[in-house]
Design a protein around this ligand. Structure first.
Ligand SMILES: [Zn+2]
Length: 63
């Protein structure tokens, strides 16, 4: 497997000028038809400043 994929760890936040992402957990809301599912403690990269979260960091492709 390729284990050299880049992660968002330490990269600058996409939404605020001062935050950087760190490996953390977040709360994720999934909506499917009439059901809303809240999943807590989802592994993600979370901005220290505004709490923006990147889910599935290992799947992040270059934008
Ligand atoms: Zn931020």
């Amino acid at each position: 497997m390729n284990d050299s994929e880049p992660t968002p760890e330490g990269t600058q936040c996409m939404y605020c000028p001062t935050g950087t992402y760190r490996e953390d957990t977040t709360t994720m809301t999934l909506e499917r038809d009439e059901t809303t599912l809240v999943v807590k403690h989802v592994p993600a990269y979370v901005c220290l400043h505004c709490r923006d979260a990147i889910l599935g960091g290992r799947d992040l492709k270059g934008a």
